[in-house]
Design a binder for this molecule. Structure first.
Ligand code: UFG
Length: 342
């Protein structure tokens, strides 16, 4: 167990809150920085109910350099930062690219600036499988060549990774782990925390659970004529609690090895089609989802899934939650939040 302090930006968000729980359960002292623009402060109550510990909270937009300096000065004893805070809607980023570049890049630059100023030596960066674009060979390993990003959101991840590479190259006491997430889904088994989409969900599982709850009439399945085994898009859906555990492993790895930089795919190593996911949800919950086949969604790659061997071997981490359990947790969470989230 460790009582090392970790700053979690975006710690009230979906991935951040589950990671805060995993860190606290591993003995870390967690400080959450969040501007609550896409999350709620009562998520901290959920974290407290699960862990028995309420993380310290700093209400701050990471692009606000003065407030960030104050927060990092106060917590200069932290050993690391996990930087989740970012805008993440692909379609919105196409419509408002400057918003995405300004927000995601300024926030990251402020975080690493503060790390250097206060000598906080470790960062975990939330990257994405989107950096692989439409890969020629599957599954993708960390050595798979990156493709030009297909959205400004994706660009901010590619650029963010490069900024961090240059940062650790120039600061020999700084270390980084870049985590490339595939498709995180699910919720904490306690149903105390989960995904809280703002408005109409963009992503498949929150939309699907809202259909199951009667909030939406039916799911639009974007395309049934892809060159895949069953014609539907294939993704690598990873349980959010497994993803959170990987962050704890990454922090422990950095503290131990002091390696300047490393990169890991976070996925299950298994591809699942949209139709397979709908059917798996039916088996896990007993609810048949009403769906309609709709046109393809612009920008979707036909299929992508990870080779997760590197994280398995080096971090000693593995995505182990069975898909039906993940889907049952997502449904339990949806029934808990009910119709508050529309
Ligand atoms: N889908 C539907 N109907 C919906 C929503 C999604 O059929 O209402 C399909 C999509 O076409 C896709 C699959 O479900 O085939 C998954 O879509 P998501 O939007 O849930 O996830 P994506 O794979 O498109 O996006 C994820 C992350 C992004 C990231 C992207 C590429 O959410 O942040 O992977 O790495 F940019």
């Amino acid at each position: 167990m460790s009582s090392d302090k970790i700053i979690v930006t975006g710690g009230c968000g979906y991935l951040g809150s589950h990671t805060a729980v995993a860190l606290i359960n591993a003995g870390f002292n967690v400080v959450v920085i969040d501007d609550l623009r896409n999350s709620r402060a009562d998520v901290l109550d959920g974290i407290a109910r699960i862990t028995g510990t309420r993380p310290e909270f700093v209400h701050c937009d990471c692009t606000d350099a003065a407030t960030m300096a104050h927060a990092f000065d106060t917590h200069r004893d932290a050993v690391g930062v996990i930087h989740f805070a970012a805008l993440k809607a692909v379609g919105e980023s196409v419509a408002q690219p400057v918003l995405y570049y300004r927000n995601n890049l300024n926030a990251l630059i402020n975080v690493i600036d503060m790390m250097a100023r206060y000598n906080i030596p470790n960062i975990v960066f939330s990257s994405s499988a989107t950096v692989y674009g439409e890969p020629d060979i599957l599954p993708v390993t960390e050595e798979t060549p990156l493709q030009p990003a297909t959205s400004p959101y994706g660009q901010t991840k590619v650029i963010g990774e490069n900024i961090i590479r240059d940062f650790v190259r120039a600061n020999e006491n700084m270390h980084a782990v870049l985590l490339r997430y595939f498709n995180p889904i699910g919720a904490h088994p306690s149903a105390e925390i989960g995904e809280l989409p703002n408005g109409v969900p963009n992503n498949l599982l929150p939309y699907l659970t809202q259909v199951a709850a009667g909030i939406r009439d039916h799911l639009n399945v974007f395309g049934d004529d892809y060159p895949t085994a069953d014609g539907f898009c294939v993704r690598d859906y990873i349980d959010v609690n497994d993803l959170a555990a990987a962050h704890v492993a990454a922090v422990q790895y950095m503290i131990k090895t002091k390696k300047p930089i490393d990169v890991f795919n976070l996925g299950t190593g298994r591809g699942v089609s949209v139709m397979e996911l709908i059917n798996a949800f039916g088996r896990a919950t007993g609810i048949n989802i009403k769906y309609e086949i709709a046109p393809r969604r612009a920008g979707d790659v036909p299929e992508i899934w990870s080779n997760a061997d590197r994280a398995n071997k080096i971090l000693g981490w593995r995505a182990e939650t069975p898909l039906d359990e993940t889907l049952a947790n997502a449904w339990r969470w949806q029934t808990r939040v009910g119709k508050i989230i529309k």
